[in-house]
Write a protein that binds this ligand. Sequence first.
Ligand code: F6R
Length: 318
Amino acid sequence: MAGMIPVEKDVARFGALFAAAATTTPQPQPCSATSVIVAGMGGSGIAGRLAQALAERCGGLRVSAWSDYGLPAWADGSEHVFAVSYSGNTAETLSGAERAIELGTNWEAITTGGRLAALAHEHSAPVTAVEPGHQPRAALPLLLVPLLRRLTLSGIEAQVAEATEVLAEPAGDAGAIAAQLNGKLPFIYGAGGLATVAYRWRCQIEENAKQLAVHHALPELDHNEIVGWAAPPGNAVIVALREPDEPARVAARWEASRAVAWRDVPVVECRAHGKNPLARWLSLVQLGDAVSVELAHLNGVEPTPVVVIEELKRRLEE
Ligand code: F6R
């Protein structure tokens, strides 16, 4: 932890970190594969999840985010594998890289170093070096931009440029939102790519504010979780992550879900900014990160340390 940049400092300059990554990362030299696997856990894994959501929305290639040991059983060596680990020492991501080597797959690492960089050097796999000193989850812009620039995602450069502009301004009043989540169990929901952003909110509230949160995706939750609202916990609050000009069928679903299941539950609505999916989704990542830091202050905890994760990793290495 000594010398580590506090999470709250990085959260406050999320837009500046993104702009710096957009300027310093080499201009796009996409890999030619039409199917890629992005292996990564936790704060590093979210980069792959966002890339998968972008590919699902914009097309250009197939991206499968993978957060487990090894690689999916269907991987046969024809894919291109990205092993994304900020520390370079995460067991699951290392085992993904080892599986790629076994399969003879083209692979590369995005990391600050560690055993992952050593493995890549040993096997002549490319390494994108990321600036050290951050908490992995706070380094999202530094991991995401180089990843996106290696993928043949439709219109990605224009999206990176727009995101840089949009992220220069905060997307909402994080302090006011945090006050509504304080002492509550937030259920964070989003449709499409915003379901991935809901997952980021959940992880950031858990890691930074040391508070449990739940997330789910619309429309899927309308087919299961919505029934559970018959007996909600007394401290439940819903956070609705929404895009401007969302399709009418999505807007109708939000309204109908509220009418049938959430009548007596407070709903905090957060609207994304921007035209393109990347800017929109990251505007709400930026807001959620800021909310998690404000909540940490309200909870009287330090956002940066994640002692439990570190202790768990140490135990598993013994
Ligand atoms: C820590 C964090 C964790 C790590 C995860 C994987 O800030 O958010 O979720 O990201 O334990 O570690 P790395 O990212 O080093 O592969």
